[in-house]
Ligand binder design. Structure first.
Ligand code: PA5
Length: 444
């Protein structure tokens, strides 16, 4: 993995980056010594190096069991219990679903769309399907709602005894509805460690099981993360520590008015990585009325929609470009006798070469337009590189959050909508809130 910050450094006064860089060592050390805010959620810091092959074999065995039985595997989860698995799977899967003999992986429990669920149930009708129910709390409405629907459908389709073999829960060691239900029904379970928060949990069974189910190599993924854990350790000096350099640069830009970070990619397979990254940084840093707003664009697609704003809008943004050095497949652009589209100058070139020139041209244009540019490149999309990528962003997020002076490991803000929703739905226990919210709405 490579990080280039030279096209961002010129946007902050001389010395500003050095000031932020000087703060990174202490912030990184807090992740090691556990003396910072939210220190009961630091289990992810050494998770890769503590993950044994024996444990990965256990996850793989469960995945193989489900893969052997199911045409479709539904992964039910939301936020940190969903985005990491989807990010890795969508990066590695065939874009149009030609995944050989692998079961189709679909996602549920990440919204409350009735049409979405109805469509999903239509897809599952008459098919052998398995469910991986992922929820640390076991009480998240979106996930619990989808799981109840899917479990009911599965039991109707194959009977309770067979359904039991097709359901796996990934949840808390002892607490919550999913744990209790698993004990009653006898589902296989995996534990989400107490000290790993949702958005840092992709390298636990939360991510590993759905990724293994899709047929991807979880050992290579963890190996990539292990190598990045070493490379970003607090003993590694700033000059070699890419997580510290990224954290320093983005904080320096933030101090000088760049309030929005746009993750841009030039490979559609990276789309869900940006979704995962947005949650990681948004939930970790957006508190106490502070924090960079994480946004994302898929390029060149969005150059035809958001490109105008990025080039010419308010100068409060910077871009972090994820650059994949080599495409995994080859497509050569053909010559055409008529050349009506005028594209014969591209004949014989790989499409990736065109994409790379679009990437470079965009970088130059955006920097000229006043958009600082951070570039993160890796060689190609594979499990090892994705593992590096995941841990790099986790580590940099912890460092960056501590530099900002927030607790990067809680998310008190996400409760507000839930309280209102439960009050509006007359959930038992919310009677007072229910009266208050209804009075407020009536007074409008
Ligand atoms: O990062 C987080 O903690 C959240 O995004 C949670 O992962 C998300 O709300 C899902 O929670 P749970 O796993 O308890 O269902």
């Amino acid at each position: 993995m490579k990080l280039c910050i030279k096209n961002a450094a010129s946007f902050v006064p001389a010395g500003a980056l050095a000031e932020e860089a000087a703060l990174t060592a202490a912030a990184n050390e807090l992740l090691e010594n556990g003396q910072g805010l939210g220190n009961d959620f630091l289990g992810w810091v050494h998770l890769p190096s503590q993950t044994t092959d024996a444990f990965l074999d256990e996850v793989q065995a469960c995945a193989d069991r489900l893969r052997a039985k199911a045409e479709v595997i539904v992964v039910a989860g939301i936020g940190g219990s969903y985005l990491g698995a989807r990010a890795v799977n969508e990066a590695l899967d065939h874009t149009f679903g030609l995944n050989g003999n692998n079961p189709r992986i679909v996602y549920a429990g990440n919204n409350i769309g009735e049409d979405y669920l109805a469509d999903l149930m239509e897809l599952l009708e008459g098919k052998t399907f398995a469910i991986i129910n992922i929820s640390k709390s076991g009480t998240t409405t979106e996930t619990a709602l989808a799981f109840r629907l899917l479990k009911t459908m599965l039991e109707k389709q194959v009977g309770k005894a067979a359904a039991k073999e097709l359901i796996v829960c990934v949840t808390d060691r002892v607490k919550g509805a999913a744990r209790k239900l698993s004990e009653i029904e006898g589902y296989q379970t995996f534990v989400i460690p107490d000290n790993v928060g949702g958005r840092f949990s992709v390298l636990t069974p939360v991510g590993l099981l759905p990724i293994a189910c899709a047929g991807h190599d979880i050992k290579a993924l963890v190996r990539g993360a292990q190598d990045m854990e070493k490379a970003t350790d607090s003993n590694v000096p700033y000059e070699q520590n890419l997580a510290c350099q990224y954290a320093a640069m983005r904080n320096a830009l933030y101090q000088y008015g760049k309030k929005i970070e746009i993750m841009a990619n030039f490979n559609p397979r990276i789309h869900y990585f940006a979704e995962w990254w947005k949650q990681l940084y948004g939930e970790s840093e957006g508190k106490n009325r502070k924090g960079i707003f994480p946004a994302s664009v898929d390029l060149t697609t969005d150059l035809h929609s958001m490109g105008q704003w990025i080039q010419d809008g308010e100068r409060t943004i910077f871009e972090t470009v994820i650059s994949i050095e080599k495409a995994n497949k080859t497509v050569i652009f053909p010559h055409d006798e008529q050349n009506l589209d005028g594209l014969n100058f591209l004949a014989g070139k790989r499409v990736d070469e065109v994409n790379k020139m679009a990437e470079l041209g965009t970088q130059l244009a955006h920097v000229d337009g006043g958009v600082p540019n951070i570039k993160i490149s890796f060689e190609k999309i594979d499990e090892y590189n994705l593992g590096q990528f995941i841990y790099f962003f986790e580590r940099a997020c912890g460092i960056s959050g501590y530099m900002l002076g927030v607790n990067p490991f809680n998310q008190p803000g996400v409760e507000a909508y839930k309280k209102n929703m439960f009050a509006l739905l007359d959930k038992p226990g919310y009677e007072e809130d229910s009266k208050a919210i209804k009075a407020r709405l009536a007074a409008r």
